[in-house]
Design a binder for this molecule. Structure first.
Ligand code: NDP
Length: 247
């Protein structure tokens, strides 16, 4: 029920952090995993080597999620490697650039729109026709689409609300093919984008009932479950994984 043997998977933004943890675990469960990145080719290749030396199967493709043409070209390469089909898409690539309204640069707003919303839309648009029945789309959203708990995060929170909206709509669009679409909403997860250090991290941890940051591997466990046959009736959902922060 939980095996991903023979599945063709694409994880966007998979060279480090949550995406890398998902790529590793999905490969461990039997899938062949394509990962994308925008800048860190060496990190992506190192991860591919790590997966392959553990007996898994993976490859990396450059595809800047904020550039629609690059996404199209990257997805075409991935589909070619898979022989024209895909089973599981994890839309993970995303950035967070804080700023208070009135102080935030328009370029920063646009960058988050491009990567976090347009990237999810263009990757899914380019893959969905090639997705086999019983497929899975798992969008990595954020707990900020449930509650905006701190100032300075409005544009990022907006992009993750948009991801939740796309999820619900696509869950209806694709249900006839038994392709389920869900949003995973992490709380504070320890990655290079959100390091567990300093006064800010201490303040964040004080808000989390479990008193600690989550690990990328813990988010990957949820993603792997949603990707499996066991999760076939979960569709259109937003699933928090936040240590109880919003409880
Ligand atoms: P990291 O910054 O640690 O890793 C991001 C990954 O995405 C890297 O592999 C990076 O590679 C890639 N990436 C970044 N920009 C692009 C792009 N334009 N095109 C393709 N790939 C890209 O981030 P996290 O692992 O922390 O976050 C992953 C996702 O989880 C994001 O969507 C984030 O919003 C979400 N999230 C994270 C939380 C956290 O606390 N960490 C909490 C809630 C949600 P490269 O630099 O080479 O492009």
């Amino acid at each position: 029920l939980f095996s991903l043997d023979g599945k063709a998977v694409l994880v966007t933004g998979g060279s480090r952090g949550i995406g890398a943890a998902c790529a590793k675990l999905l490969a461990e469960r039997g899938a062949t995993v394509a990962i994308t990145y925008s800048k860190t080719a060496e990190r992506a290749e190192a991860l591919v080597e790590e997966i392959e030396s553990a007996g898994g199967s993976a490859f990396a493709v450059a595809a800047d999620a904020g550039d629609a043409e690059a996404v199209k070209a990257g997805v075409a390469r991935v589909l070619e490697r898979f022989g024209g089909y895909l089973d599981i898409l994890v839309n993970n690539a995303g950035i967070a650039e804080p700023g208070l309204i009135g102080e935030q640069d328009a370029a920063i707003f646009e960058r988050q729109m491009n990567i976090n919303i347009r990237g999810v839309w263009s990757t899914t648009s380019a893959t969905v026709a090639s997705m086999r029945d019983d497929g899975r789309i798992i969008n990595i959203g954020s707990f900020f689409s449930e509650r905006v708990t701190v100032p300075g995060i409005s544009a990022y929170a907006m992009t993750k609300h948009a991801v939740a909206g796309l999820t619900k709509g696509w869950a209806r669009d694709l249900a006839a093919r038994r392709i389920t679409v869900n949003t995973v909403e992490p709380g504070s997860i320890e990655t290079e984008a959100n390091p567990d250090e300093g006064a800010r991290a201490a303040m964040v941890k004080a808000m989390i009932p479990l008193g600690r940051y989550g690990q990328p591997a813990e988010v990957a466990e949820l993603v792997a479950f949603l990707a499996s046959r066991a999760a076939g009736y979960i569709n259109g959902a937003q699933i928090l994984i936040d240590g109880g922060m919003l409880a």
